[in-house]
Design a protein around this ligand. Structure first.
Ligand SMILES: CC(C)(COP(=O)(O)OP(=O)(O)OC[C@H]1O[C@@H](n2cnc3c(N)ncnc32)[C@H](O)[C@@H]1OP(=O)(O)O)[C@@H](O)C(=O)NCCC(=O)NCCS
Length: 226
């Protein structure tokens, strides 16, 4: 039986807090065939990792914007400032964000007090990748709550970022820029295998300072540039 396609349409589908659209093709026999249109971005923004009472999620809808803005405004983020809430929301939705949270306590099995409350998990760390989800990725805005540092959480966060990067078959390169050589260069060399591409090292005996552009080549890094 031959069938000529005579129409296309979009049907909204609610899944994982996002509305996805399934495309349907309508042929001359009036039958409808659904085509799955899940994009790489949709897949990558719904990853979760759990460990020891913490979890990491790439779902931007989970990020408490006011709390993250407090971190952006703090001395911890010496490279950034707070953003207007709507601008921050758009920034997060256009990035691949890794929010790290304390797992909320398990909800009681039954509740006699009406509808169950939604518990907002506490944000304790963050990393943001500016990316086209395919060929290029720029890592920035990495932090772990100072009260939680030194427990291996930063290493875990970066390993999750690395896992996603390594699964991008068309990636040419991932990069980052840092103006804190001492803090960042050894951290990313060790945890991600990044190497310094361009740098201005801190002067002899100088604490802080120095800038570095770091990169890691992806599987689609052009041979001509190797
Ligand atoms: C960098 C940061 C995310 C690390 O988080 P963390 O949870 O303390 O890291 P971990 O406990 O997993 O430590 C991972 C490794 O990095 C090293 N490390 C951690 N912080 C470091 C720092 N500031 N400078 C150099 N090395 C550091 C640790 O010694 C550890 O190495 P080890 O395994 O040999 O002991 C955290 O210190 C932070 O939020 N810093 C402020 C924000 C910042 O500067 N971010 C960007 C630069 S990385």
């Amino acid at each position: 039986m031959t069938s000529a396609t005579v129409g296309f349409g979009l049907v909204p589908e609610l899944a994982c807090n996002v509305v996805r659209f399934k495309v349907f093709k309508c042929n001359n026999n009036a039958s409808v065939e659904f085509v799955n249109m899940t994009t790489t971005k949709q897949k990558l923004t719904h990853r979760t990792w759990t460990k020891d009472g913490y979890f990491i999620s790439t779902d931007p809808a989970l990020i408490p914007i006011a709390e993250l803005n407090t971190v952006f405004a703090s001395d911890l983020f010496y490279w950034a400032d707070a953003l207007p809430e709507d601008v921050m929301r758009e920034t997060l939705e256009n990035s691949l964000c890794f929010g790290m949270y304390e797992s909320p306590p398990a909800a009681p099995a039954t509740s006699s007090t009406g509808p169950s409350e939604t518990i907002q998990p506490k944000l304790i760390g963050f990393a943001r990748c500016i990316t086209d989800f395919t060929t290029f990725l720029y890592l920035t805005d990495v932090y772990v709550d100072p009260k939680m540092q030194g427990k291996g959480l930063g290493a875990w966060l970066i390993k999750c970022v690395q896992e996603v990067i390594e699964a991008m078959p068309h990636l040419r390169r991932s990069m980052l820029f840092t103006s804190s050589w001492e803090k960042s260069v050894p951290f990313y060399e060790k945890l991600m295998g990044m190497s310094v591409l361009e740098c201005k090292r801190p002067a002899e005996g100088e604490k802080g300072g120095g800038v570095a552009v770091m990169q890691m080549k992806g599987p689609a890094f052009p041979d001509a540039l190797r």
